[in-house]
Design a protein around this ligand. Sequence first.
Ligand code: TYM
Length: 335
Amino acid sequence: MIGEKKVLYSGMQATGTLTLGNYLGALKNWVGLSGEYECFYGVMDLHSLTLRQDPPAFRKNARSLYALYVAAGLDPEKNCIYYQSHVSAHAELGWLLCCFTYMGELSRMTQFKDKAAKHADNINAGLYTYPVLMAADILLYQADLVPVGVDQKQHLEICRDIATRFNNIFGDVFTIPEPYISASGAKIMSLQEPEHKMSKSDENPNATILLLDDTDTIIRKFKRAVTDSEHEIRYDQEKKPGISNLIDIYSVVTGKSRAEIEREFSDGGYGAFKLAVGEAVAAELKPLQARYQELLADKAYLDARIKENDEKAQYTANRTLRKVQKKLGLTERIR
Ligand code: TYM
């Protein structure tokens, strides 16, 4: 708790451009929840380093991510939006928690196994200890709630395990966070291979809607979305993964239920439905894109918000870090 409010924490990696999956699975929920909680949102640049980054592009992506958070509707004067690398407590608590995490636990992480398989030439220790840094992110702010997509569920579980283990030894140091995974939108699938998650790193550009794609591109990608050989717009994840994914996307964007959507399009074919989904998504993203351009043009405004929020995040994170250091018996600083 900070004051009267519970704490919400989340973040995204500062790699590439966000996808519709990042938006519907996480960012849109953050905006919906932000009034009720004391919110911290990190631009997770340290996490991005598990893959090789091109420094100038990386710097640009991190700023772009900051601007996208704001453009999506998170007011940086009410929400603490900050750069992870500007708060050294993340790396410090990450190390301390590594000493309370078992190799066996980390070896079971599916994201580690997937990424190690994809990048066999760069299976670095950072990739392996990634969930510990993520646990440090969350625990530093004593978060009650962490809104994420389904793919982060396992990381939330290990975070809770590490925090519980630490608390069992040293008393109530950390708040145990609850994941918040929305009923629809928590796993947006690829438009080309709807059995797989929509992902920034997909090599096929038609598989992924990027948040900064223009209207024509969005509509074209939806028109090309892989579906099935039937004609019926019916939700069935097993047998009709493509159509079910489109129903989910349309449902999150319009607020209509799956049943309402099935009824609305019961007479039309796939073509009309795909067009409707494309138009709805493009209309949803248009104001965000306009606001994003304005923000990038206003350097002084973003810089001022970054500076004040960095300080707020440092203050909050350092309070937890000092508490942990003391519990562990590290010698206190002489003032
Ligand atoms: P990242 O950057 O991969 O993704 C950011 C958020 O977007 C969600 N997401 C999706 N949701 C639905 N459908 C999809 N296709 C889809 N793709 C991505 C993710 O679940 C996530 O919520 N490890 C985290 C970043 C992180 C973090 C944290 C998150 C670092 N520290 C602390 C919360 C709290 C990650 O790689 O997310």
